[in-house]
Design a protein around this ligand. Structure first.
Ligand SMILES: [Zn+2]
Length: 50
């Protein structure tokens, strides 16, 4: 099962695809990420995982 890379939540909704790394984030961490922590330009892909 995919887990949020930041908090470990299973409610992963966002998948960042970077050239060197990819990230899985839940919505909470995604919002935090977008509101300042973002240091690298990544292209977010919003997905629904079941
Ligand atoms: Zn999270």
């Amino acid at each position: 099962m995919i887990k949020c890379d930041h908090c470990g939540s299973h409610e992963v909704k966002v998948h960042f695809n970077g050239e060197v790394e990819s990230k899985h984030l839940c919505m909470d961490c995604y919002n935090q990420y977008m509101s300042g922590v973002l240091g690298v330009e990544l292209e977010p892909i919003i997905e629904s995982f079941y």
